[in-house]
Design a protein around this ligand. Structure first.
Ligand code: MLT
Ligand code: MN
Ligand code: ZN
Length: 310
């Protein structure tokens, strides 16, 4: 199984269009130790020919352009794409807007929970994906499904599981109280496995907390890509970027007793990689003390183009 990180940044990317935070300003100025990043997405393949996108980011065209494996294969004739499926982990703009760039008329399967499929159905712009070519499949929870396109197996199995999270920003309902209308199925994690080889990994780009059920899932996993949005729950506020904490955005932070670094300690996860990294996060600076701290804790910081073979 081959995994490619297409985009390692959170919503907005890095540097972000309107952001003058220290990271964004320095990246824009070309200072060393800061690498641009596109928005959150992975690509995975069993055979290296047919590819599945885990989330479809608004930067999809740029990501495909930077990834030779995703170019139209010569055998396809005049038109064709190795992208055969997209799996969505929530309804956030950074995870589904890329669907609109897949409207060029080729067969594809979209996998998502009923909640996220309802968002697609409620927004007619997604009907630009021709229903005769693009199938929408509802993911069951905690039941593995074989990924397929047009009835042909893609060689990988997928299990969706619920994780603590928050409904997409544009669906927040203040009148619904503290959860803002969040329901089961709004945020999922994925376990992707290859029945042929037994290789497997977990992908959890959005997660508000590591509860007992999630800790049990994570235990002894060989590889986990995990929500690395913020280093510190208050960093958006202290940098003057936003009035929201990470918790308010539905994202666990790296630091602290309730943070991801502490939560993973003792779970025996062999390889831990942060993805969905916000532009405010100091780990984006290669020479920062925060970067050193996460690496000393056994974590890697994903970058665009990162490739892993399992
Ligand atoms: C998030 O991860 O919290 C969202 O992508 C935020 C957004 O929609 O910009
Ligand atoms: Mn996001
Ligand atoms: Zn910024």
């Amino acid at each position: 199984m081959l995994i490619k990180v297409l985009g390692s940044a959170a919503g907005g990317g890095f540097p972000q269009i309107n952001c003058n935070c220290r990271n964004c300003a320095d990246a824009r100025a070309g200072k060393p130790g800061l690498q641009s990043r596109t928005q959150s997405s992975l690509a995975v393949s069993s055979d290296g020919a047919a590819w599945i996108l885990l989330n479809a980011s608004p930067d999809l065209r740029q990501q495909v352009d930077a990834t030779p494996e995703l170019a139209p294969p010569a055998e396809a004739g005049a038109r064709g794409s190795p992208i055969k499926a997209v799996v969505l982990t929530n309804g956030d703009v950074d995870h589904l807007a890329g669907l609109l760039s897949l409207r060029e008329g080729f067969a594809l399967t979209i996998y998502a929970t009923g909640r996220v499929l309802a968002t697609l159905a409620a927004n007619r712009i997604f009907d630009v994906l021709d229903p005769r070519l693009v199938e929408r499949v509802q993911l069951p929870i905690a039941t593995p499904v074989g990924l397929a396109c047009g009835g042909a197996s893609l060689g990988l199995s997928l299990e969706a599981f619920p994780v603590p999270g928050k409904v997409a920003l544009y669906l927040e309902d203040a009148s619904a109280g503290p959860g803002l209308g969040t329901q089961a199925g709004d945020t999922i994690g994925l376990r992707i496995s290859e029945p042929g080889s037994g290789a497997a990994f977990l992908y959890i780009p959005g997660c508000a907390a590591v509860d007992q059920a999630l800790a049990d899932r994570l235990r002894n996993a060989p590889l986990v890509f995990f929500d690395g949005t913020l280093y510190d729950d208050e960093e958006m506020i202290s940098q003057g970027l936003s009035s929201k904490t990470g918790q308010r955005m539905g994202h666990i932070s790296m630091l602290g007793a309730e943070g991801s670094i502490a939560a993973f300690r003792g779970l025996g996860v062999e390889r831990r990689i942060f993805v969905h990294i916000n532009n405010s996060n100091p780990v984006l600076r290669r020479d920062s003390s925060e970067r050193r701290a996460v690496e000393e804790a056994g974590w890697e910081v994903a970058f665009d183009g990162m490739e892993i073979r399992l």
